[in-house]
Design a protein. Structure first.
Length: 220
């Protein structure tokens, strides 16, 4: 190799290093906080109350973005991730006949093009949602065993797929502890149907598991 190409190559390497050294990452503008959720689901309005009851579900995962204000959590909040494991068994009894329905599903939200599923405002220790939670949907399967399977709006016998269409949901405010590390949400209606007749409500407690200051590019 001649000296001219070698000099050109060395100059290119030097220029690349100079540009890389000048490119500093933008300062973080967002606190990304992840929580683990412990929840209970309440079923009501089922036929003759046969399937009514409260069931423990979870764990779930929730990720929120808070504005970074002088190194602290700001007022503006965005929900980016909600994922709840729904595993429980309903022991339904009607006219002395029992049927077991085992639920094995996941419930999630659907973010928009900016990666946001809901927005809210943190005021002191209360996080109130200013929008609905977008595109809440449930997917998985249920397993039914008993004489009521396939009757009175119950699922068919054996295992069957479950896919609840995405729909908006109104969630209650989050009530934080003084250290803003844990919170509680009262029962909120997540789904209501007439065929089969059933109302589903959920309540959960959140506990912070991770907090990172990151840069989020502005999204229109």
């Amino acid at each position: 190799m001649s000296r001219a190409p070698l000099a050109l190559l060395l100059g290119l390497v030097s220029w690349t290093r100079s540009v890389a050294a000048d490119e500093t990452p933008p300062p973080c503008n967002t606190w990304e906080v992840e929580y683990t959720l412990a929840a209970q689901v309440e079923l009501s309005d089922t036929l003759m109350g046969a399937g009514d009851g409260v069931h423990t579900i979870g764990p779930g995962t929730l990720v929120l973005h808070f504005d970074n204000v002088n190194g602290a959590l700001g007022r503006n909040v965005k929900l980016t991730t909600y994922d709840m494991t729904d595993q429980f068994t309903v022991n339904a009894k009607f006219a002395g006949v029992g049927t077991n329905v085992t639920n094995d599903t996941h419930t999630k939200t659907t973010p928009n093009i900016c990666g946001v599923a809901a927005q809210g405002t943190l005021e002191g220790r209360i996080l109130r949602w200013s929008t609905l939670w977008n595109g809440v949907h449930t997917d998985g399967h249920v397993t039914c065993a008993g004489s009521m399977c396939g009757r009175f709006g119950g699922p068919p016998a054996g295992q069957s797929e479950v896919h609840t269409p995405a729909h908006p949901v109104v969630f209650k405010p989050f009530e934080y502890a003084p250290d803003l590390k844990t919170f509680h949400m009262d029962y909120s209606v997540t789904a209501k149907s007439t065929s089969p007749s059933q109302t589903s409500k959920i309540t959960f407690n959140g506990r912070e598991t991770r907090r990172s200051c990151i840069y989020v590019k502005p999204c229109p």
